[in-house]
Ligand binder design. Sequence first.
Ligand SMILES: Nc1ncnc2c1ncn2[C@@H]1O[C@H](COP(=O)(O)OP(=O)(O)OP(=O)(O)O)[C@@H](O)[C@H]1O
Length: 453
Amino acid sequence: MTDTILVVDDDLGIQKQLKWSLTDYNIVFADDRTSAVAQLRRFEPKVVTLDLGLPPDPANASEGLKTLEEILALAPNTKVIVVTGNNDKQNALKAIDIGAYDFYQKPIDSDTIKLLVNRALNLAKLEDQNRILARTRPAMGRIIGNSDAIQTVMRRAEKIAGTDISTLLLGESGTGKEVFARSIHEHSPRKDKPFVAINCASIPENLLESELFGYEKGAFTGANKTTVGKIETAQGGTLFLDEIGDMPVGLQAKMLRFLQERVIERVGGRSEIPVDIRVICATHRDLQAMVADETFREDLFYRIGEIPINIPPLRDRDQDIILLGRTFLNEYRESFNAKAKSFSESAIKAMLAHRWPGNIRELQNKLKSAVIMAEGALIQPEDLGLAEPSEELENEILNLREVRESAESKAIRKAYQRADKNISRTAELLGVTRPTLYSLIEKYHLEDLKTGQ
Ligand SMILES: Nc1ncnc2c1ncn2[C@@H]1O[C@H](COP(=O)(O)OP(=O)(O)OP(=O)(O)O)[C@@H](O)[C@H]1O
């Protein structure tokens, strides 16, 4: 397919000259700001050449710069090459500052403009490919979710996984902090070594120290034999400290020393034991506020949270609710030998409308009881303990194409989940043919649908 280039210039002579110079492309024209925006929406060119001297103010660059801003606001990935008058370096630099890809000064030289457009187009295509790759590459194995919110976090976690940087996972209860910690471990060079998790909130304060650091025989009444702690057990691997915000202040000092010096002493022990582990911490508490009221050590806060990751709550994950729901439904159906097979339409609506304060854990609990309670093959809102839903609130999007695209890809995903991942049935639900559905899948990069995910 020939690439389209948009030429924004009010000078007919220049329009013609560019058409002759850029014969390899499909050239479309605009002669002012309004028509430039209209052409941009219509043809979605990857490259635009823009004369800064546009009417009604051709002697000045203000209209051109405004047009540049509008183009970039609408289609930020567009490569805009600005054309300036002779000796107008200042406005050229202003344009680059706003986000133009490059500039050149009149008079136009065919070879130069050809080269510039070519390079801009190659770069735009490369960037497109990168974006697609980043979207379709399966990330962090065990984490289920297609929403942008979770995909962004997954990519962040993936990048961190290869390093030994200390990571702090933040998020409401039940959002999957432990799942993320495990995934980071599994994608790290330490994956063949142990992953050891300990929940600081569930162990009584006086036992937490010996649980973490181990103890020597005779260290206290009942210490009948030397016992290694969780830290030593994780040797070479990853230690996951869940609910780090609940760690007693006294123990925080010992923890900090371990993190700084990478040695530990067992309770009642005298020798220092070197440890090589990666530490991942998690909490649902506001550690920063705890630092402010001195219930959490500031130095430890910075030591454990070199890179924080915010795991989004389930209510911010769009269709993931249904995706996770179906996964758990299949799991529980088997283990309870139940007949519930799928969700009714109103159950899906109710699930999407619910706020899920307990996140994925709440979804699991509600589903478990729904699978047991449901009378027929379809789970109803009341089986889930949810009320019939009211109108769904949509985020306001103003660009019409974006609205259409976002609505279409949402509808395709929704239909696909409803059709139990059957492509023919999805096409039927959407009222399109299979080839049309495939081309839409291609267009919106929903490739995971073809692989049955
Ligand atoms: N993206 C996911 N895909 C599949 N299962 C998930 C996902 N996220 C979480 N789960 C499941 O949800 C449940 C809760 O997750 P997890 O225990 O990791 O949450 P948490 O944030 O650590 O919770 P808490 O703060 O209460 O300890 C687990 O059973 C986990 O397997």
